[in-house]
Every structure is written in structure tokens, then in C-alpha cells.
Ligand binder design. Sequence first.
Ligand code: ZN
Length: 173
Amino acid sequence: MTLRPILIHPDPRLKKACPPVTEITDDLMQAAEDMLETMYDAPGVGLAAPQVGLLARMFVMDCVKDPEAAPRPMVLINPAVTWTSAETNVYEEGCLSIPEQYAEVTRPAEVRVRWTGLDGKEQEEHFTGLWATCAQHEIDHLDGKLFIDYLSPLKRQLITRKMEKLKRDRARG
Ligand code: ZN
């Protein structure tokens, strides 16, 4: 397994709608493993393929926050939300592509998601709590949407400027 560099906003690859996965190749399985390792290393609870420059509808997540509990690494290919609750939830979101910036985002509190697993089998699950927020945040990535797109233009611009500066500073070393 290899850690893959995470793209930092703004980056045109983070704004693209990703095409569906048509075949589960060895390369894709390798990418999924690498993404999980990269996510745990960051650390984060979710990571979408475009965040590592792979334009494909796939993301990984593990929202088990209790260090005593067993991890639950999940790989979701071609995920689709099939049901959302009317009830909403406000969560202070962050993103590995927008380091150290957090803001409250309102989303449906619960969702059902259908996806294809690495074994090629279709699965469906009802997510609540952080799992529901994370799944929606990651599916947004596959449509070229970031959590800051839910904020006011002013807040979004402020965060984007900070990220541009961060990238300039990193480029200088
Ligand atoms: Zn994100």
C-alpha cells in the first residue's frame, strides 16, 4: 500500500463530475487500498477518489471514532443516495482537501445509500449520525462539489484565499 498525495482546493480536478466505474480492475482495487491507508494516515473519516486525482465514482470511509472499537473500512463504488430523511442535522464539517477549515453544514440526518462493493456485489445501507454526513460529503466530491459550496460566497472566498496561500507556502517549501 502507498500513501497518495491529497489534492488541495482549489484544483480543477476537485470541481469535476466523475464518471461511473465500469469495471473493478486491479488498479481500482489498489487505489481503494491506498485511499484507505491515506485516509487513516491523514487522519480523516472519508476520502473520495478525485481527492487523490482519480476521476472515478468511488470513496472510502470509516466513521468509527472510538479507538477501542474495531475499525470499519468501507469502499463504496458508484454510490447513489436512494432515500433521505426529512429531518436534518447540522455538523461542523472539514475536508482533507481543505485542511484546518471547518464550517457548519446542514444535510439530511439519515440517508440510504446503494453502492457496488469491491467484490462487485450491490449493497444498500441506512446511515445515521456521522456516517450519514460523511457519505453525503463524499458523494458530493464525486459530483465536483465541496462542503464550502454550501457556505456564503464571502466565507467560501475567504477559505479559498487561505488555501491558495497554503499552496504557495507549500510550493516554496
Ligand atoms: Zn472532503
